[in-house]
Design a protein around this ligand. Sequence first.
Ligand SMILES: [Zn+2]
Ligand SMILES: [Zn+2]
Ligand SMILES: [Zn+2]
Length: 649
Amino acid sequence: MGNYNYVDIVCDVPTVGDKAFTYKVPKHCILPYGAKVHVPFGKRNVDGYIVDQGVPEPEFEVKDVLAVYDLDFLPPRPLLDFGLVLRDYYLATISSFWGYMWPPQVRKIKIATEGPITSYDTFDQTEKPSRRERESVTKHEELFIQGSHSFRWKMYQDAIEKAISAGFSVLVLVPEIARASIVEEELQSMYDREVVAVVHSDMSNVARRQQWLDIKQGKKRIVVGTRSAVFNPVRDLGLIIVDEEESPYYKAEEYPRYNGRTVARMRGRYQDCPVLLGSFVPSVVANFNLKEGKIRGVTEGFPAKENIDCQIVSLLGQKKRMLITKELHLAIGETFRDGNRALLFLNKRGTASSLVCRDCGNPIFCPRCSVPMAYHAREGQVVCHTCGYREVAPTNCPICDGFTWKPVGYGIDRARSEFQKRFPNVPVFQLDKDVKESTEEAIEGFISSKPSCLICTQVIFSVKNLPDLGVLGVLSADNILNLPDYLASEEVFRLLNKLLSLVNSSENGSHIAQKKQFIVQTLNPDHHAIQGVLDPEHFYAVETENRKALRYPPFGYVMKVTVSGKSQEKVIAASESLAAAIKSYSGGISVLGPSPAPKAKVRGQYRWHIMIKSNDQILAREVLKESLSTIKDGQVRVYVDLEEPFSLS
Ligand SMILES: [Zn+2]
Ligand SMILES: [Zn+2]
Ligand SMILES: [Zn+2]
């Protein structure tokens, strides 16, 4: 009696949510609010966080805290409090957001059951009076900068300069790791190398922990990183920059599916510091808000690209099954004659999308997912691009025992063989998730040969040092355009512009005298997303009208709920009762579904979707939150995606 302190802990166990459990620690050890601990939970040990330090001794027997994570890495209190704001906004758990705020693989320290008094609570949790408080010149405000790379960065640099010289720190978010490294180098050339930190998931855990400490202690005053860098304990934060705000890479792939851009804006509000958002082609929502004056902005517009010739080539009426049209062939040939390089883009991996039995018409499905497997001719394998499962392509059909197969659809491997037939003497390199040769090898080969060709998927955006391009050909983007999702058009528009910037970015110090060529092959030549390459304003005008008619963002909110589990019956039952609960709130909310997700089974888990549309975001969140609490079945998991969810994922 009296030998223990009692603490309340939320465990990182999704099914129990934020329910706190009481544990005990020896009297001599005092653990602070937010401390990350290791505790027994049921039959296993899990991580958890202290949410209450001094609770009265309970009537019942409680378990011991086993270990505490090195408290040097305890996030500052304001950041922990901000985590609670995010938890509420994303209808998530405390653990999910506090987890992001710790660096990876922090040392665990076992709690000694007896010994001298060890207070773990001695370190300085409140920030010392900082330069920030003395000067207190910044206030939260948002400014949107629309313009070319050089236009935006000129403005960013002015703002960074101002913040740094006033004694503040700066957080710069970019969508991809490749961009982070480039920006880091640029900033290091302008400021003391020592104060610039880059943070992304490709760094070693040791480096990330050291970086984290340096940032917390204020040694690093300019922090550049990808989306999760937004959770860094930046000291005296005085400016946040989110570049390429429209990028889907800001959205977390795992749950809670936060958007780094949204978190950055919320953090700016929470910590009362200015936020700069920038883009050449803003998201449809941002573009609307800019035009309507709902956000302050500076716009450069879309200056004509004098050094690039953009061409849209219709595939309508073209000879079937040719991936390279006559127009593209001519442009590539011309580029090669001048000794320049070509890049061909196709976002489909493998040789064919699927293998279909000629006798019974059934494709080969992944045994774990409800998706047909792609065919890879070179390896003679069928591969599931959802879960990675692969096997030797079967000789006989598992359904009818037939033995003739028809490849349906095409992929990057087929584009490569077609290219090699047309240009047998030009070295070609391939870049996609499936290719064994590493990214660096492919890029080095592409750079060191001239002429040369690179055939790639979206992996290209992770490449840092792309050489000058004479021609960039988009073999097709129709597969995205045809997706039945309100975001499909915006995604194609964004993707094409991002590709266009690859041709454009090599403008500095370019050795190519002739005009560069950007060619898009498509079955939808008049579609506004395709035409948007030539005229972005046209894209925004048409897309905004379409969204308005259907009450999609920015004219309404869309949320997605995914219910998943091993038992199909339980998943269906839970999604039906959840949908019914949401529908029971009359007015202002419309519910689509429940229906099987487009990938109705992934890795053996059945998945059902419910889409929610509303004009009132706050109401919809409240209703969803209430309805979620009606799910009692521990064998199904419910995931919510609250910001511009892609309905097909
Ligand atoms: Zn593949
Ligand atoms: Zn068959
Ligand atoms: Zn699979």
